[in-house]
Write a protein that binds this ligand. Structure first.
Ligand code: HPA
Ligand SMILES: [Zn+2]
Length: 327
């Protein structure tokens, strides 16, 4: 099994339909259906927004610290079994506070899940607080302030939700505050938005990684910048197919072109409960459908650690484990 880091997954996107139903029953919440298969039959998307509408609906079942604990625990156990040694997990705090949940409930459940998973499997994991673009810049700043009492329970901030119409330039204040707090900074850019969103994320928000970034390939100057500065791109192949942000056939994905350009790309699941699989499923799909060599798969795994926020010595030790596994 290839050891990997997973750097682009939304913990809420690992909420399996079976757990939606179990939590709805536990919390006395109504659902359109209590049949997980029927719930999943709605998971046919035309674009990012069509996914987000269903994803946010399902998150209404998360009410208690125990719910967040169960959500985090399920992902971390599944990830550890798939070879994930390091997980940097996004969470959407604003979705939960809008549902009337206190930040302490969200942090309490997820942080306890991480501690117990690390004790049980050795997996290393941390949280990244994502701002919801569709709620705007002021809400992002306010959200970060409300999370600062829990500053030791997350390592960075990110930017997710509806991309088009919500450029990175709206979020300079919250990202500035994050930088002043010594938090890492990442942003979704170039998933549906154009290369200009990637430029803005780099130049205006000072991000250390770009989440997705596929559309950066449309701009040769941007490709050169990403290559020269080895700015990580966290690519999500099965997500791209599900949300139609890549050609319909995985065989036509830009990933080989990104590797050929010398970009620091890694493979991630994004929202594994919705897009047809966890990170190991993404690796298996690209291996078969893009005919990647063992050396290329090893490079992607090494890239995942290089792109992580682990200390340099730990990155190097994990890259050596990848090389040993590939050899
Ligand atoms: O794939 C995604 N893109 C943007 N926002 C998101 N929030 C959860 N998943 C996603
Ligand atoms: Zn994402």
């Amino acid at each position: 099994m290839l050891p990997v880091a997973e750097l682009h997954m939304h913990i809420e996107g690992s909420l399996e339909a079976e757990l939606v139903v179990a939590l709805a029953r536990r919390n006395g919440i109504d659902l359109p259906t209590f049949d997980p298969a029927e719930l999943k039959s709605r998971y046919r998307f035309t674009d990012l927004q069509s996914f987000l509408d269903i994803y946010y609906d399902n998150l209404a079942v998360l009410r208690t610290k125990e719910d967040f604990y169960d959500l985090g625990s399920a992902y971390l156990a599944r990830a550890a079994a798939a070879g994930v040694r390091r997980a940097e997990m996004f969470f959407d705090l604003q979705t939960h506070t809008q549902n009337g949940i206190a930040p302490a409930t969200v942090f309490g459940g997820l942080t306890a899940a991480i501690a117990d998973a690390t004790a049980a499997t050795g997996i290393s994991a941390d949280l990244i607080l994502c701002f919801l673009r569709h709620l705007g810049g002021d809400a992002a700043t306010e959200t970060l302030r409300s999370a600062l009492p829990f500053r030791d329970q997350f390592i960075g901030v990110g930017l997710d939700s509806s991309e088009l119409g919500f450029p990175p330039s709206l979020f300079t204040e919250s990202f500035g505050l994050a930088a002043a707090e010594g938090l890492h900074r990442v942003a979704h850019a170039g998933e549906e938005g154009g290369p200009d969103y990637v430029w803005e994320a780099l130049d205006l928000l000072g991000v250390e990684r770009i989440d997705h970034g596929n559309r950066a390939m449309e701009d040769a100057d941007l490709v050169a910048r990403l290559r020269d500065e080895q700015i990580p791109l966290t690519v999500c192949p099965l997500s791209n197919i599900a949300l139609k942000t890549a050609p319909p056939e995985l065989a036509d994905h830009l990933l080989p072109a990104m590797l050929a350009e010398g970009l620091l790309v890694s493979i991630n699941s994004d929202d594994p409960a919705y897009f047809g699989g966890y990170v190991d499923d993404n690796y298996a799909a690209i291996e078969t459908q893009l005919s990647l060599t063992p050396a290329q798969l090893g490079l992607l795994a090494e890239n995942s650690f290089t792109s992580s926020f682990l200390p340099e010595a730990e990155k190097e030790a994990l890259r050596l484990e990848v090389r040993a596994a590939v050899a």
